[in-house]
Design a protein around this ligand. Structure first.
Ligand SMILES: [Zn+2]
Length: 191
């Protein structure tokens, strides 16, 4: 098993003043390392599908402002649509009861709820993680594919500086194989 993600997102202390919460999108994108807070998918492959999510949903907010940066999450459409207005505790300040509800993706506890298989699929580790896994539909194969694509892309990036003349036949074959995997996964994602 591998850890769920590399970086814990950290919201900045002094976000700009905004009228609409959507104006925080660029700051959130940066603070969340261009990844969905919930599933960890990089936005590189489908940035247009990334949105600003209210962690405690708008429907339960009483004292937290609708533009309050501390309650916003950079989220892919899959997670945002799956989450919608679900908030089992119905109290904006109570995130979960230990087995049902959510954890803020910027809380280090979030990373204790999940691990990953070698193929990138998310595996829940706790009852609360299991609840979030099903509620956010983290078993959607798209998440595994984006994780694999991101990992392969990082490896291909490293090859940019490799001197082609220095490669032997075996190394060349390995690189072509990596590139084929990448193309196949990308085609699958776009289907
Ligand atoms: Zn997501």
């Amino acid at each position: 098993m591998m850890k769920f993600r590399e970086f814990l997102p950290v919201r900045r202390d002094n976000p700009k003043q905004v009228r609409r919460y959507s104006e925080h999108r660029d700051e959130l994108r940066e603070d969340f390392h261009k990844r969905c807070g919930y599933c960890g998918d990089s936005d590189y492959f489908r940035m247009e599908y990334y949105e600003v999510d209210h962690f405690a949903p708008k429907e339960v907010l009483k004292t937290i402002g609708i533009t309050d940066y501390s309650n916003l999450v950079y989220s892919c459409r899959s997670c945002n649509n799956s989450k919608r207005d679900k908030w089992p505790t119905e109290d904006e300040h109570v995130h979960n009861d230990g087995s049902v509800g959510f954890i803020d993706p910027c809380n280090a506890d979030y990373d204790r709820q999940f691990e990953r298989n070698a193929d990138g699929s998310v595996v829940p580790q706790t009852p609360l993680g299991t609840w979030m896994f099903y509620t956010l539909n983290l078993g959607n194969p798209k998440h595994r594919i984006v994780w694999m694509l991101t990992a392969i892309k990082e490896r291909l990036e490293l090859l940019k500086s490799v001197d082609l003349e220095s490669l032997d036949a075996e190394q060349s074959r390995a690189i072509i194989e990596l590139h084929r995997q990448y193309m196949t996964l990308e085609d699958t994602l776009r289907k």
